[in-house]
Design a protein around this ligand. Sequence first.
Ligand code: G3H
Ligand code: 13P
Ligand code: NA
Ligand code: ZN
Length: 328
Amino acid sequence: ALVSLRQLLDHAGEHAYGLPAFNVNNLEQMRAIMMAADKTDSPVIVQASAGARKYAGAPFLRHLILSAIEEWPHIPVVMHQDHGTSPAVCQRSIQLGFSSVMMDGSLKEDGKTPADYDYNVRVTREVVKMAHACGVSVEGEIGCLGSLETGMAGEEDGVGAEGVLDHSQLLTSVEEARQFVADTNVDALAIAVGTSHGAYKFTRPPTGDILAIDRIKEIHEALPNTHLVMHGSSSVPQEWLKIINDNGGNIGETYGVPVEQLVDAIKHGVRKINIDTDLRLASTGAIRKFMTEHPAEFDPRKYLAASMKAMEEICVARYEAFGAAGNA
Ligand code: G3H
Ligand code: 13P
Ligand code: NA
Ligand code: ZN
């Protein structure tokens, strides 16, 4: 059944678990997520970015998610729009039937230039007014995502501030978070606590604390009724990097957020954990491996089935680690 983000995260909050929010733009990702949720009895958040809409087309994307709901009617599913760059984009998604939208007013409409506080409040309030009138949830964002190690926002294309950010921009302040929620009434709030988008988060193996756990804790205490969201939460599995590179790929040394640290963040109030890169890596690795091992095969269903299985395994692992399993 289609449910709102608020409904799912309220349940997650009451029972102290976290929900992975997986990005989708194709059939294989969608089926992998649903099969994993079915196996582990987990609720589902799937999200579509602007890039996903451009790739698959808005109607296909919408029907992809609706098809999943039809095939697995016993699983609660949030259809969420990721990183909306304007109230108009969010309005269009509400009209399309999304049950949740993100208004990312931390960046200007270009999705690159950091925006000021007043702009962020103005656009986010506008979306909250529209969305809440339709029973749709809203995620806002305060702060600039970026690695505390490199100061980089991550992805060069796609969503994320450009250039190197200074340390104060990379951590959401408690006071700003509190004021932002009071000013906008968002249901969920994405915070900057050391994560960044894409595969290139950290250049060295993350041994110590990669996340600003104390800051997460303080924001959660100041805002007990606002669900915290962490973007850029892929773990960048080293085993998949190796499979990619052993099968003709060329991805440099890089590290993500260890699953144990995501679990720690959940203990301190994070409820929605955004993951896209990990499924991309698993999918690519599985296809490369399949191609190496079966050079004569040319039925796309064969290598896409391998890709689907690899993605499903990641989804199962996250549903279990985050405590979402058993909560559908
Ligand atoms: O936040 C970024 C997500 O990983 C979506 O990426 O814009 O390439 O679809 P995308
Ligand atoms: P990753 O690039 O770490 O998977 O993050 C995805 C994300 O935050 C989508 O909004
Ligand atoms: Na931001
Ligand atoms: Zn994001």
